[in-house]
Ligand binder design. Structure first.
Ligand SMILES: Nc1ncnc2c1ncn2[C@@H]1O[C@H](COP(=O)(O)OP(=O)(O)O)[C@@H](O)[C@H]1O
Ligand SMILES: [Mg+2]
Length: 397
């Protein structure tokens, strides 16, 4: 019997559309001899739908029609299984529950990639592809991620971080601290967004005030760090788990603007152009043109980052190179990278269908390992307790 894989995508995130592109690409690459695919689209308001139309990006042009013809569904625990239930099943149009064997979240951004969807799947007891709750949550918070990297001895840029509310209460204090400890130019980032949303560079006080206002309109926490002026960006994907992991070849994304913009990352070129190839269509040098010792240094750092975070599945780790100082910094981790970084693995001699098989195997491996741990005690300790009106004296009740 084939394994049923539920692909979950969409969700309440600014990267909703990017997730649709990544998921459709992934579903097309699945080996259909091994797996049955169940596409589950999560709307921006959090409703779940399934339909055969979800296999095509074109279907998402007209969401109203798409949803009118799709079935609303729910995931439920039933005995030892997790099932997909059709909420439009009726006496006259009965639709049977479908047992799901493994979930494959292809979501990007807050409210999903950040541990939210992982928590939902853990709660359902369903094995799933990719990083767990903790590594996903840490990976999404740029400041906590830096702290974890620092404690593992990995190179990150120092930063000043603060809550929007404390900043608004005393702007001068924070501006002075930034000017003294970091100095211009700086980069200001909302702490938990992706795709360059809300990020800007500031070279003087007025620009800094504007940059922070922009960042706090997206997130209640903000970080400020030195802007690297002679910057090269290099990304590396890592695949595996805590037992064994591999680093891909490196890519160097080519930016037209100073900050790699959302349009460049996902629309495949300059602002305003359109396309549907996601991260895979970004202008890049692949492999990055770097001396082989630098390449190996970065690939080895990427594996260390993955291990320090407790990664699982496929991630992409983005590095910044300060070419003037000849320094490498870990910038961020994408725990569910755009296009699942398949183009980096293709360039590392792993075709996309094989990458997907590997990811599903890793999900089952973690699921099996979890099953061997004890989470509940079979005996019901309440069965022998007699309850008085105030509970048994001296017991915890
Ligand atoms: N310290 C920095 N110095 C110079 N440019 C930076 C710095 N940090 C980020 N950038 C630019 O901004 C882009 C987005 O920042 P990043 O931290 O990767 O956030 P996101 O999660 O939105 O991708 C980077 O790809 C890079 O072009
Ligand atoms: Mg980035």
């Amino acid at each position: 019997m084939k394994t049923t894989v539920a692909f979950l995508f969409g969700c309440r995130s600014v990267e909703h559309e990017v997730s649709i592109i990544s998921a459709v690409q992934a579903m097309k690459a699945v080996d259909k001899d091994l797996y049955d695919i169940l596409p589950i689209y999560v709307t921006k308001s959090g409703e779940l739908y399934t339909s055969d139309a979800l296999f095509e990006v074109e279907s998402f042009r007209d969401l109203k029609t798409l949803l009118k013809n799709a079935s609303p569904v729910a995931l439920l625990r039933q005995g030892n299984d997790t099932v997909l239930r059709f909420l439009d099943s009726s006496l006259f149009n009965k639709k049977k529950d479908i047992i799901i064997n493994v979930a494959f979240p292809v979501v990007h951004g807050t409210n999903c990639e950040d541990g939210t969807i992982q928590g939902y799947l853990e709660f359902l007891g369903l094995p799933y592809v990719g990083c767990d709750i903790l590594s996903s949550a840490v990976g999404m918070d740029k400041a906590i991620f830096k702290d974890v990297m620092k404690s593992a001895g990995l190179p990150v840029l120092d930063c000043i971080k603060f809550y929007a509310k404390e900043y608004v209460a005393d702007r001068d204090k924070f501006i002075s601290a930034i000017e003294e400890k970091i100095g211009y130019p700086v980069i200001v980032k909302p702490i938990n967004l992706g795709s360059s949303v809300g990020i800007s560079k500031a070279s003087d006080k007025n620009a800094l005030l504007d940059a922070i206002d922009l960042a706090i309109s997206f997130s209640d926490k903000v970080l400020v760090e030195k802007a690297i002026e002679n910057l090269r960006e290099v990304n590396c994907s890592v695949l595996g788990d805590s037992d064994e992991c591999f680093a891909s070849v490196l890519e160097e994304p080519i930016s037209h603007d100073e900050i790699l913009s959302y349009a460049e990352k996902y629309l495949g070129g300059s602002k305003g152009s359109s396309g549907s190839k996601g991260m895979a269509s970004l202008g890049r040098k692949l492999p990055a043109e770097l001396p082989s010792d630098k390449t190996e240094e970065i690939r080895s750092l990427a594996k260390e980052v993955f291990k320090a975070l407790g990664g699982n599945g496929v991630v992409r780790i983005d590095f910044m190179l300060d070419t003037k100082e000849d320094k490498v910094y870990v910038n961020e981790i994408n725990t569910i990278p755009g296009s699942l970084s398949f183009y980096l693995w293709e360039a590392t001699d792993m075709p996309y269908p094989k990458l997907i098989n590997k990811l599903i195997e890793l999900a089952f491996k973690r699921g099996r390992e979890k099953e061997n741990l004890t989470f509940t005690i079979d005996t019901n300790i309440l069965s022998n307790v007699s309850f008085g009106s105030k509970g048994a004296k001296g017991s915890k009740f």
